[in-house]
Design a protein around this ligand. Structure first.
Ligand SMILES: *Cc1c(COP(=O)(O)O)cnc(C)c1O
Length: 432
């Protein structure tokens, strides 16, 4: 082991447990400290206004968004049956209420990536249409689906590196405009995701290495072409703000369901973290829109706790889980990211409440319990939030006035055969 790593293990003893793949809960010591942030509430409303301008376009090209008039949003679902199952599984009463933020039902990619990924594509399309086309901000943006605009967009490219879901969201959105679209996939990406993208006219390049490598290669290839926009999951502000808009929508959903968030009624939101962009963006939004009593908890695999490691040490993207001797392997798609985002750890420094790690097996148990009790299927990573509740009760108390929201980050596009396998894996674990 490197001397630098040995020193870190001494300075931060919690890393010793992490290096042995043991589960941990880390309470962020800098939570709620004052710090200047790189963006404000106004940045989130700027993003929300852009989503609104594009609603007529989205409604035109993605018919599944028609019912919501081109808004891409997911329901907030009470899950009392799952709450009982969670209590039995943990042999603990959960005094607060339990909800699922059902991002697995988001249109286009069936995952939380529909928020950030599509948003950055929209922003690029708007820029091109304003500067090289004749679009004005007041136009009905469904004009962007016309043959005339498709010809314009076909002169430009969009590229991204992904473990799967981000590629699915960006690839689909970019192809809808007619952009030349390239998705660089890491080795762990599922075959069905590559097949689906190719069927949608996207060029999929498969890389033998991990996520970090796919992003690095993709970034280098895109840099050679001045008309190609590379969407950089390791540092993008646009992705981040696209995710943050979720908080504005959630605020309304909370009110509609008579859920109060204040000092006596804390809200805990459980978010799985890969590179950290989606949970970071949502957390930034929560703090800006709901205030200090909306608490975010990140959850990560014991084998790949990259964002947690970066934040504990303050080294962020300059440290990877390999430096801790971990193998970086998980069955949770999207969470196999060894090195965290360069943006997120910094912005989260004073906004994140805590982080918990979990064993992969837990995901399959919760996934099967959710299917049995609520007839909702989510992919393994999207069940991760349920693992964060127990350590939060231990650290912050088990209040009957608290609300717990597990963010279900993906799963509605998973093919039936894989769903069955994941469910069976969970059932076997439950039945011992
Ligand atoms: C991408 C993804 C995450 C994590 O998001 P990051 O922005 O990589 O932190 C969690 N769950 C699912 C299903 C995902 O696709």
């Amino acid at each position: 082991m490197e001397t630098a790593t040995k020193q870190l293990l001494q300075t931060y003893p919690i890393l010793q447990k992490m290096s042995r793949y043991e589960k941990i809960f880390w309470k962020n010591p800098h939570d709620q400290e004052h710090e200047e942030l790189p963006f404000s509430q106004a940045s989130i409303f700027d993003a929300a206004a852009r989503w609104d301008r594009f609603a007529p376009y989205l409604e035109t090209v993605f018919p599944e968004t028609r019912a919501a008039h081109g808004m891409i949003e997911s329901p907030l679902i009470p899950i009392p049956g799952m709450k009982k199952a969670w209590e039995a599984e943990n042999q603990t009463r959960l005094r607060g209420d339990l909800f699922l933020k059902a991002d697995h039902l988001l249109p286009v990619s069936g995952s939380i990536k529909s928020r950030g990924g599509i948003y950055e594509v929209l922003k690029f399309a708007e820029k091109v249409a304003l500067s090289a086309g004749d679009l004005t901000f007041m136009d009905d943006y469904s004009v962007l689906a016309s043959e005339r605009y498709r010809r314009l967009f076909s002169q430009y490219g969009i590229a991204v590196g992904s473990t799967g879901n981000l590629g699915l969201s960006i690839g689909t959105a970019a192809a809808s405009f007619g952009f030349r679209t390239t998705v660089h996939m890491s080795a762990d990406a599922r075959q069905w995701k590559k097949d689906l993208l190719r069927a949608r006219g996207v060029t999929v390049i498969e890389h033998p290495g991990d996520f970090t490598e796919a992003v690095t290669k993709g970034r280098a290839q895109a840099a050679a072409d001045p008309k190609t926009h590379f969407i950089d999951d390791e540092s993008s502000t646009d992705l981040f703000l696209g995710y943050a808009v979720a908080a504005i929508r959630l605020q309304k959903q909370l009110k509609d369901q008579h859920i109060c968030v204040d000092a006596d009624h804390p809200l805990f939101v459980y978010l799985p973290a890969g590179v950290g962009g989606s949970p970071g963006g949502v957390t930034f939004g929560l703090k800006q829109i709901l205030g200090p009593h909306g608490h975010s908890i990140f959850v990560e695999p014991t084998h790949v706790p990259s964002v947690t490691l970066g934040m504990i040490t303050g080294l962020n993207e300059t440290i990877s889980v390999y430096d801790l001797g971990l193998d970086g392997k998980t069955r949770a798609d999207g969470l196999a990211v060894a090195r965290p985002s360069a943006l997120v750890g910094r912005v989260m420094r004073t906004l994140l409440t805590g982080a918990a790690t979990f064993d992969d097996q837990e995901l399959f148990r919760y996934l099967a319990l959710l299917a049995d009790t609520q007839h909702l299927f989510v992919e393994p990573s999207a069940a991760a939030g349920f693992t964060g509740i127990r350590p939060v009760l231990d650290a912050f108390g088990n209040s009957d006035q608290a609300t717990h929201i597990v963010w279900a980050t993906g799963g509605s596009l998973v093919p039936e055969t894989e769903r069955k396998q994941d469910y069976q894996t969970g059932k076997k674990l439950i039945n011992g």
